[in-house]
Design a protein around this ligand. Structure first.
Ligand code: SAJ
Length: 416
């Protein structure tokens, strides 16, 4: 059995490599020549624990090859990006392009699996019309499924293997063939359903999280207005056996949770009121944080602000939809002098400092934005000595404010 994976990004590459390391012959396809060159030279274009070794193993054993053109195979996984376009609707052009690429090489008996996150009915109304150009009978000669990825960046390999997998088929036989494919790498349960349900399940999972984070962020604003500590209150509320309030923060980032709820809203705007409000609530948070930063340094002439963390969450290098970017942009536009430090993020930024030492030297205020583990161990006594004035805003409940106050810091924590 030969597998072809179209799209070698955050999901496609680890998935392809995992199948290859299970002993299957896998061919990976990407339209970006740089990605192909990097993979061929066994370098990776994304940070993920275990990725480098897994890729090296797959290439060295000869089970994994890559190119810009698809090759004949028995099963195809489409794992291309589905960004949000203008008007908050899904841009599915890369899914269409990927499917069109496959049309000339598909043959009777093949399986096509869409792993990209898509609005409900995408398989039915967008993928199938393209695949019908093969003249193969869908569900009988050409098996088609939606099996969304559900893995957490930073724990990708573990979750690919151990999470349950949802497989939605256009026919039961399609779903069965798809389940047989994933059984090679998945140890969790494989649940079989239809394509619309599989598409929706994925969106519902991320929407569940977004709505709950919106609640936490809203309660943080309530705490600021009423006057209590949201972090302590959440901890206490969560001691109830049926309550799990999420964490407030600087906003919701990443390519999934900040995007997927809109894919539901796009299809059912009248019904999805809470979903829309939660998105708006979470998108407001970085603006509120940036106002708070400006307020904190209002009495300082030409203040220098140090922002710690650009990635959208801790211990990863991904900056897509990161609230830090919104905050950076707003402060920049308003003429503030910034110093930015994030050891994970490779992208160039004018204000980026190469070391923490440099980022805090001469600074008036530190803002903790990303919950990278290394930021939890910063020695603030030492750092304070390098600053022009000792002020700090913690958006993630990462530091003990009492200790910082003793070290002479003026401190604020969001949600207090
Ligand atoms: N966040 C909070 N408070 C919280 C939890 C998260 O503010 O209590 C923020 C994070 O800081 C981050 C954002 O939300 O900015 C999203 O982070 P995340 O860790 O919740 O999720 P992602 O985007 O890294 O991955 C999610 C996962 N979905 C679920 O847990 C339901 C993952 O399993 C999915 O595969 C992934 O989306 C995806 O690709 O869809």
């Amino acid at each position: 059995l030969k597998l072809s994976v179209v799209g070698l990004g955050y999901i496609g590459l680890p998935t392809a490599v995992m199948f290859a390391n299970s002993g299957m012959n896998v061919h990976g396809v990407d339209v970006n020549p740089n990605v192909i060159d990097m993979i061929r030279s066994k370098r990776i274009h994304l940070h993920e624990p275990g990725m480098e070794k897994a890729l090296k193993d797959a290439i060295d054993t000869g089970t994994f090859t890559v190119s810009m053109q698809p090759q004949e195979a028995d099963a195809f996984i489409i794992a291309v990006p589905t960004p949000i376009g203008p008007g908050k609707t899904a841009d599915l052009s890369q899914v269409v392009k990927a499917a069109e690429m496959l049309v000339p090489i598909l043959k009777a008996g093949d399986l096509v699996v869409l792993e990209s996150t898509v609005p409900p009915k995408t398989v039915e109304s967008l993928l199938l019309p393209v695949l019908r150009q093969t003249n193969l009978v869908i569900g009988e000669q050409l098996f088609v499924c939606n099996s969304p990825e559900r893995v957490l960046p930073g724990r990708l390999f573990h979750e690919l293997k151990h999470n349950d997998r949802i497989v939605g088929g256009v026919t039961p036989l399609s779903a069965q063939k798809c389940a047989e494919l994933y059984e090679r790498i998945v140890q969790g349960t494989i649940h079989i359903t239809d394509t619309i349900t599989a598409e929706m399940v994925k969106l519902m999972e991320n929407t569940y999280r977004d709505v709950n984070i919106a609640l936490a962020n809203e309660l943080a604003r309530v705490a600021e207005e009423v006057g209590f500590d949201i972090w302590e209150a959440i901890e206490l509320a969560n001691s109830h056996p049926r309550v799990h309030i999420h964490s407030p923060g600087p906003g919701v980032g990443g390519h999934c949770i900040a995007v997927d709820p809109w894919f539901i809203f796009e299809k059912a705007p009248k019904a999805a009121r809470l979903i829309e409000l939660s998105r708006i609530t979470n998108d407001d948070v970085p603006h509120l944080v940036s106002n708070r930063i400006r307020e904190m340094v209002r009495d300082i002439h030409k203040p220098v602000i140090t922002l710690l963390g650009v990635a959208f969450k801790g211990d990863i290098d991904d900056i897509r939809e990161s609230p830090s970017l919104v905050i950076i942009n707003e402060l920049r536009t308003n003429g503030y002098q910034l110093k930015i430090y994030d050891p994970y993020v490779k992208q160039d930024m004018a204000e980026k400092a190469p070391t923490l030492h440099e980022a805090v030297t001469g600074s008036d205020c530190i803002v903790l934005l990303t919950d990278h583990a290394i930021f939890k161990n910063i020695d603030f006594d030492q750092i304070g000595r390098l600053m022009r004035s000792r002020r700090i805003i913690d958006t993630r409940n990462m530091v003990d404010l009492n200790r910082l106050r003793l070290a002479g810091f003026l401190c604020q924590k969001i949600g207090t």
